[in-house]
Design a protein around this ligand. Structure first.
Ligand SMILES: NC(=O)c1ccc[n+]([C@@H]2O[C@H](COP(=O)([O-])OP(=O)(O)OC[C@H]3O[C@@H](n4cnc5c(N)ncnc54)[C@H](OP(=O)(O)O)[C@@H]3O)[C@@H](O)[C@H]2O)c1
Length: 290
């Protein structure tokens, strides 16, 4: 399987995203605990050495499943988390961007995963500017705390997530980031500009929602008629076509598709052996986009 650098680590281009492991709404225990454990073990068995998680998935659920399934961890496994939110009792995602909140979020991740250093941590920018004045923390101050956490050895690399181009440029300048995690897929290429910037700078670009997520309001790559037609022609599944398109799109893309099922995980990892032809790519260029 091809690799790309995630900061100081060489990781395989197909990793795993742990957001689908907790219960509905990314809250509470998994639908099927044994299947969740099996997914994680099978991922590593099939060569995954990059897992994306967050303490706020569950909360604690994804991290505790990862620890239960995989600890003591393989030497080459890079665990990446994200911070900048907490969960409330209703399953909401209130922001948590004060420097002391960022620090305690990193420490919560270290504790629940049972490690002393995270491979990378993404600073998750809120979808909408916070209305709470207490949460209106300048990006410069947040990045300064991330740098301090890296200097202390709690984080190997810093990333930024859901960031616009100006925020990514600021993070590159101030913190020397190793990855950007933004929404991007065959059906949602609004972030192409940031992807290109990352490609030029040798920074890993880790698209979230590569298949359109489990959230009902996000268009599903697997439901796109063009994707389905290509899949049928080449004997692949629509999900595989969507992921193969991402791999062929830019060399610095690292995949972290999320799944709660071993069968889907195996399909997603088999994409390493799926080459799309020029004709396939031309046809996919006509797929519906946002
Ligand atoms: N930085 C951020 O703000 C942020 C936001 C969202 C996500 N993330 C990260 O990005 C990762 C990927 O995003 P995501 O999990 O939200 O969405 P995604 O990977 O685009 O899609 C996940 C959905 O696709 C389904 N799926 C997966 N493999 C499939 C297959 N082979 N065939 C058919 N359906 C399949 C899953 O269902 P099944 O469980 O049934 O397979 C699930 O409903 C997350 O796991 C998380 O680690 C980060």
């Amino acid at each position: 399987m091809q690799t790309f650098q995630l900061g100081q680590f060489t990781v395989r281009r197909i990793g795993f995203g742990a957001m689908q492991l907790p219960g509905p709404g990314v809250m509470g225990p998994p639908r099927d605990h044994d299947e969740a454990i099996a997914v994680l073990r099978r991922a590593v068995e099939l060569g995954v050495n990059h897992i994306d998680t967050a303490q706020y998935y569950g909360p604690d659920v994804s991290n505790e499943l990862i620890r239960e399934a995989l600890h003591p961890y393989p030497d080459d496994l890079v665990l990446v988390s994200k911070i900048g939110a907490i969960r409330d009792a209703d399953g909401g995602w209130p922001t948590a961007h004060r420097p002391e909140q960022l620090r305690s979020a990193v420490e919560d991740n270290l504790r629940t995963l049972g490690i002393e250093r995270l491979g990378a941590v993404n600073l998750r920018i809120p979808d909408h500017p916070p209305t709470d004045p207490d949460q209106q923390v300048p990006l410069e101050d947040q990045l300064a705390e991330m740098v301090a956490l890296r200097d202390e050895g709690k984080i190997a690399g810093i990333g930024i997530s859901t960031a616009d181009r100006a925020q990514v440029e600021q993070a590159i300048e101030q913190a020397g980031i190793v990855c950007v995690q933004n929404a991007f897929s065959l059906l949602d290429q609004a972030d192409a500009d940031v992807l290109d910037l990352c490609a030029q700078r040798g920074i890993a670009y880790v698209p979230y929602f590569p298949l359109g997520s489990a959230f009902p309001w996000v268009p599903k790559v697997t439901e796109d008629p063009t994707v389905q037609a290509v899949a049928e022609r080449i004997g692949a599944t629509p999900a595989q076509v969507g992921l193969a398109w991402l791999l062929s799109h830019r060399d610095n893309i690292l995949l972290i598709p999320g799944t709660s099922r071993v069968a889907h995980l195996e399909q997603n990892l088999a994409v390493a052996d799926l080459d799309l032809s020029d004709d396939d790519l031309a046809q996919l260029g006509t797929a519906g986009r946002r």
